[in-house]
Write a protein that binds this ligand. Structure first.
Ligand code: GCW
Length: 714
């Protein structure tokens, strides 16, 4: 009977679609000496405590050991015998073990964990502990990762705590299950079947997030619908919150600023109106009654047509603080977005968020955190860091990254985003002298902020593989890892993800890691090299559209951003242009302002340069630009060549998926190169340099392409 059961379990787990299992594949450990090392080090597991979270941790260990080592060690509730793996929160540990761990326990915060080999009463033990049960769960996932990545467990000594408080996914999911800028199917949240039907996916989603330390999720789109705040929907939100809670994940919602009018029958949503204030207080009370650990609200106000306090002559501070008061009694937070720009403002769009928000420094309530996109425009393949970072010392700022690839090839291009995230986090704002990196702003160490956070716009949908592209999974994974530790090297992320998702074979790791690390530069090269930005086709942002110039709002037109003309190309944000550079600290402003010191990768972001401008490598700007486009295409070819050699390491399903996707990426990289170069050539009037391939089509052809049903565009 037992045999039959085991057989069923094993065959089920091999049959289950590999893609679906994300980085939790728990492949069998191939190296036999490692297998015996593991088995000798934990002959039995002692699980202390019996909360739902601890039960999840125990189940995870069983699944992990069964899949990776072929059997489940004995599970016990006491510490007799040798070589135990002891799993439980600090409060459940014996006082002797606590004394043994004293120096580690003082190091960790409430979500931090300890994984440590100790010799206790002459017995070898491995302890996984933390101050809370969720911390223990994090410890368990991290312990399993050690086995997944085939590392030794002989002398474990890890004490690791998350460096930010709010590590959160932002789902731009609509109530009709479409996902704004989503390229992986429909929303996971099946509102029609909730609250009674709990899809297994909700549990698997929570498990995947917990495994990387994500502790919050905003279920709904920032372009919000007030209906989510009605009892009919709150009941469904409550059901999701109940599923996520034992995994340490809090639920948040987007608050539509005009909700008091739309669902509250009030005449106004003025944040200074007594009835409006009361309405939000009542709403918060109602929500917290259902969901006592509700996280709070994320708000997009007075941005791209969303309602907000300015509709009533008030400002962002008035709006944010009014909501902050409503959730404060319940320890809720307000994440107020700084993504604002206006068609009535003739100012350079890149300057508007700073101009509007910086003067509000110190004016927000304690439980407000301002959410700032990584760059001043909008999630481009490359943007210099947002000038607000470091510029609001008295206001907690949280990072907003975009995991979904709105501007980076949807879910058909392999682009390893942790490399982009790292570049931003490492940028030095110089706001408190050298070393004032964005990471230090975000984790609160630069200005000693208590409230800290990182948000990632999710790339998750109901596609079988969650993210549309098998390699887009690493962007979710990497986001979580960097939210936990914004100082992590992206190469480590690539390495551990490859091992836990595909294979530990060194030949596979080495070459595939290389192409991942290069993939971000590749997409910059074939889309927007040398600081170009926002030249995607309009609305859906699919493919190139540098020629678009007829949209009602000036800053929606690609021509606004590249400003190509007979004299040259690029947006002059230097002192002789819009002077956006002065929004940065003096050192940084100088660096960007001066062509001698401005990094070439940011040239056309900050400068309008002549086609004959000489680049550092001696090429003219025109030739250099053309060669960059070609280089991007070549890099995709290299990615294809490398991938084609991996067949022996990868299951055929994922091998073929990635192969087909890389073919699409190659086709589209050429499309980008040809369309952009043909278009810019009209202004430069110059031939393509040697080494750049002939265009595959005419400019007219590229301009004629229309995509009325491109995904993610509502
Ligand atoms: O990136 C742009 C997108 C919009 C999005 C907006 C925002 C949710 O094109 O789809 O709206 O930014 O971040 O608010």
């Amino acid at each position: 009977m037992r045999f039959v059961f085991l057989f069923f379990l094993i065959s089920f787990s091999t049959l289950a679609q590999k893609d679906y299992k994300l980085w939790l594949q728990y492949n069998k450990v191939a190296n036999s000496s490692l297998v015996s090392e593991y088995k000798n080090n934990f002959k039995s597991i002692v699980v202390l405590g019996n909360s739902e979270t601890i039960k999840i941790a125990e189940k995870e260990l069983k699944t992990g050991f069964l899949d990776m080592l072929g059997n489940i060690p004995e599970i016990k509730s006491d510490i007799k015998g040798e070589c135990n793996l002891i799993v439980g929160s600090q409060s459940n540990l014996s006082s002797q073990i606590k004394t043994e761990l004293q120096s580690d326990l003082v190091k960790i915060n409430d979500e931090g964990f300890i994984i440590k080999s100790i010799s206790f009463k002459n017995k070898r033990q491995i302890i996984i502990t933390g101050k809370t049960d969720v911390a223990v769960l994090y410890g368990v996932f991290n312990f399993l990762k050690i086995v997944q990545t085939n590392k030794s467990v002989q002398n474990l000594n890890i004490a690791d705590s998350p460096k930010t408080n709010i590590r959160i996914l932002n789902h731009w999911d609509n109530l009709d299950r479409t996902v704004e800028r989503g390229y992986a199917g429909f929303s996971l949240w099946n509102w029609q079947k909730l609250p009674d039907f709990i899809d297994q996916r909700y549990i698997d989603y929570a498990r995947a997030n917990a495994s990387i330390g994500i502790n919050g999720t905003v279920l709904t789109n920032v372009n919000a619908n007030a209906l989510i705040l009605t009892p009919q929907y709150l009941e469904k939100v409550e059901a999701l919150a109940n599923v996520f809670r034992p995994y340490g994940i809090k639920v948040y919602l987007t608050a539509r600023f005009s909700a008091p009018i739309e669902i509250g029958n009030l005449k106004t949503a003025d944040p200074k109106d007594a009835q409006v204030i009361q309405w939000w207080k009542n709403k918060a009370t109602e929500i917290y009654k259902r969901i006592p650990d509700f996280g709070g609200f994320l708000v997009k106000a007075n941005s791209e047509g969303q309602p907000g306090p300015q509709n009533y002559g008030r400002n962002h501070v008035d709006g944010a603080n009014m909501l902050a008061d409503a959730v404060a009694p319940f320890s809720g937070v307000i994440m107020w977005r700084a993504f604002v720009y206006s068609e009535h403002d003739a100012n350079d769009r890149a300057k508007q968020a700073y101009a509007e928000f910086q003067p509000y420094d110190g004016k927000f309530k304690e439980n407000v955190i301002v959410q700032v996109k990584n760059g001043a425009i909008d999630f481009q393949p490359r943007e210099p860091f947002h000038p607000l970072f470091g510029a609001m010392p008295k206001t907690p700022l949280m990072m907003e990254f975009q995991i979904t690839q709105e501007y980076l090839g949807f879910s058909t291009h392999l682009v390893f985003l942790p490399k982009l995230f790292q570049e931003v986090l490492e940028s030095d704002t110089y706001q408190k002298g050298k070393g004032s990196t964005v990471a230090k702003v975000i984790d609160g160490t630069l200005y000693q902020n208590k409230l800290t956070g990182i948000a990632g716009v999710a790339n998750i949908g109901n596609d079988l593989n969650w993210t549309g592209h098998p390699f887009a999974q690493v962007n979710w994974y990497g986001f979580g890892r960097l939210a936990w530790n914004p100082y992590l090297d992206s190469e480590i992320i690539a390495d551990e993800w490859l091992r836990s998702t595909f294979s530990n074979d060194e030949n596979f790791i080495k070459t595939v890691k290389n192409i991942m690390m290069e993939s971000r530069e590749a997409v910059v090269n074939y889309m927007t090299p040398l600081g170009l930005h926002h030249i995607m086709d309009t609305g859906h942002h699919y493919g190139p559209g540098p020629w678009v110039s007829d949209l009602s709002r000036p800053e929606w037109n690609p021509t606004y951003y590249h400003k190509a003309d007979k004299n040259g190309i690029g947006f002059d944000r230097s002192k002789s242009g819009t002077n956006a550079v002065t929004q940065y600290a003096t050192e940084v402003a100088k660096l960007f302002d001066n062509l001698e010191t401005c990094p070439e990768k940011d040239f056309l972001w900050f400068h309008h340069l002549s086609w004959d401008y000489k680049l550092k490598n001696g090429q003219t700007l025109w030739n250099g630009l053309a060669l960059k486009y070609q280089e991007g295409v070549n890099q995709v070819r290299e990615m294809q060549d490398v991938w084609n050699e991996t067949e022996k390491y990868v299951d055929s399903e994922r091998f073929n998926e990635v192969k087909m996707l890389l073919e699409i990426q190659h086709k589209e990289a050429k499309w980008w190169r040809d369309a952009c170069l043909l278009y810019f050539q009209q202004f430069s009037g110059k031939e393509l340099p040697a080494g750049v391939e002939k265009p595959t089509q005419t400019l007219e052809y590229f301009k004629s392409l229309k995509f009325p049903f491109a995904p993610g565009n509502g």
